[in-house]
Design a protein around this ligand. Structure first.
Ligand code: ACM
Length: 556
């Protein structure tokens, strides 16, 4: 029946208006109470914001920037007085969780009261969804309501892979805004990979002179239908990174930088061949399928032009550790994050098996196999990172050969790695490919090139980060979850937006909203208004949820 109704609403072209509710907050708050007497407070260009507390300027600035972009004006900000329309204040809420807030709209105006600065910032995000997406007579009628809210999980993340395709500073900032608007708090920035090194390291300039650029890219899905023969790439200067870190801080978002090791290292090896087990061997221009086309020079070490898992990985030598420590010194100076991501995934052991140096090292260190060598590599880097007062986070392969102490695990190959890590007392961020890989198709008849897989909106929405297989006393180790945006098949910002929306909005409810408040039926009701917001933000999004699928059924 629901499918018939949905089909009807699509036929009539009404879905964007039909079931729109005046209050549609995403992610769903803990409590929304409508007063007995309905009404609206009119926000207008003459409205004033009052700040009653320290550190609330970030929240007022974010609100004003949104108004400026959307409606062309900003509001005056002052100390609260009789004529203040919107008051931002701090007070202990009944639920003492960082990020908790209450918001009320009545005849007198709008009050956002945060448990802390963060709470006020999240209250602002809710207010931005209470105001309409279009003005009425130069006003923004805002419904009377009382909202009380706080987050469910402490870690609410989204990753962006800028290694496969480079995205400029403006888009990275836009991406950070998407996180803020969804009350998310971790931006995992995947900065290095086989196809490009994206962060300026002053001690090792060739990383970006050579490692940030490739001579071509395969066309279409691996192994590709030819090569585009176009040089592409780019990197962030340290000044740009400082600017982005500051931008994120003003939005209460922590950036976790990722420097991949020991695998996915082709771009670094192209810059410094001595980081390979076999510095004199040319880069393989294909992995298993010899049909990939290559552009330009194929001698010596090259930045990769094809997608997949490359066997030329870091040699675990003193020289490599010294190099990585030099890189991390600069990374740590740029990023205040407690976590430094060391990758650790998809490191084929082929080269380590045939390297005399690696075999000798394993004997000397008493390492029983190459998995133990991977563990030795990661634990060594962990000690260095710990000595700088930071902690490592890595993909679930860091469990191989024994888990490094103090490590936080990102469980990506399903949930098992996360369950194993939590059972042994390690903190975990769930990022299972089965539920939160936003590079997977959202439609069964996707017509753009994507990596494969099928991850429709409701599957993301219904994801539960606390695995039922995990005993109750171990659930505290699950910090939250994160979606990953691998960009092999996303070569421009619009495609990234298309792949993340509306799935990111669904994920925000998984991470923020209380479990008992989550309802896909309710989310579906809110989606038309959320889509109007996307239009206001000027972004691309997928309509797959509203399309009939190849098998005749809707995506659901
Ligand atoms: C991964 O998707 N290789 C972490």
């Amino acid at each position: 029946m629901r499918k018939i109704l949905l089909a009807l609403s699509i036929c009539c072209g009404l879905f964007a208006q039909a079931q729109e509710s005046p209050i549609a907050i995403v992610p769903e708050p803990v409590s929304i109470v409508m007063p007995a007497t309905a009404g609206r407070y009119l926000v207008s260009p003459a409205s004033k914001i009052g700040l009653a507390g320290k550190g609330l300027e970030n929240s007022a600035d974010f609100f004003n920037e949104y108004l400026q972009k959307s409606f062309g004006y900003k509001l005056d900000v002052k100390s609260p007085g009789k004529k203040t329309d919107i008051i931002l204040t701090l007070s202990r809420t009944s639920n003492p969780v960082s990020g908790a807030y209450t918001l009320s709209v009545d005849t007198k105006g709008i009050t956002i009261s945060g448990h802390d600065e963060l709470g006020v910032f999240y209250g602002i995000q809710t207010l931005l969804q209470l105001i309409p997406t279009a003005e009425t007579n130069h006003t923004l009628p805002t419904p009377f309501v009382n909202i009380s809210d706080y987050p469910r999980f402490a870690y609410r993340g989204l990753m962006l892979d800028v290694g496969r395709h480079f995205f400029d500073v403006n888009f990275v900032k836009k991406y950070i805004d998407f996180l803020a608007l969804h009350k998310m708090n971790y931006f995992h920035w995947h900065l290095t990979d086989d196809q490009g090194w994206r962060i300026e390291i002053k001690k090792y300039p060739k990383l970006t002179e050579k490692g940030a650029w490739r001579n071509g890219t395969i066309i279409g899905n691996y192994p590709g239908k030819g090569n585009d023969n176009t040089r592409s790439g780019g990197f962030y200067t340290q000044e740009e990174i400082k600017d982005i870190v500051k931008y994120a801080e003003k939005r209460y978002i922590t950036i976790i930088p990722e420097i991949e090791m020991p695998g996915h290292a082709s771009a670094a090896i192209a810059a410094y061949p001595e980081l390979s087990c076999f510095p004199d061997e040319a880069t393989k221009t294909y992995y298993f399928n010899p049909n990939s086309a290559w552009a330009g020079d194929s001698t010596g070490k090259q930045v990769q032009q094809i997608w997949g898992v490359c066997r030329d990985v870091f040699v675990p030598s003193e020289n490599t550790f010294k190099f990585l420590e030099g890189v991390l010194d600069e990374v740590i100076a740029l990023f205040p994050s407690k976590y430094i991501h060391v990758g650790g995934d998809e490191c084929p052991k082929d080269n380590w098996k045939r390297s005399e140096f690696c075999q000798q090292l394993m004997k000397e260190k008493g390492l029983k196999d190459e998995h133990a060598l991977q563990s030795y590599f990661i634990q060594r880097m962990e000690k260095y990172i710990n000595s700088k007062g930071r902690s490592i986070i890595g993909w679930d392969e860091i469990l191989e050969g024994g888990l490094a102490p103090n490590a936080t695990v990102m469980s990506w190959r399903g949930e098992d790695g996360g369950i194993e890590a939590a059972n042994s007392g390690h903190n975990v961020v769930m990022t299972p490919n089965t539920y939160v890989y936003f590079d997977y198709a959202q439609s069964k008849k996707e017509d753009s090139v994507v990596i494969g897989g099928y991850l429709p909106l409701d599957k993301v929405y219904n994801y539960e980060p606390l695995p039922t297989a995990l005993p109750a006393d171990k659930q505290k180790f699950i910090l939250g979850a994160q979606a990953n945006v691998w960009t092999e098949y996303m070569d421009n910002p619009s495609k990234v937006e298309y792949m993340i929306f509306p799935r990111m909005s669904a994920l925000s409810e998984v991470l923020w909203s209380q479990k008992e408040k989550r309802s896909f039926a309710n989310f579906q009701q809110k989606l038309p208004l959320q889509i109007k917001r996307y239009l206001l933000w000027g972004i691309n999004y997928s309509k797959a949820f509203y399309e009939p699928q190849a098998d005749g059924a809707s995506v659901k």
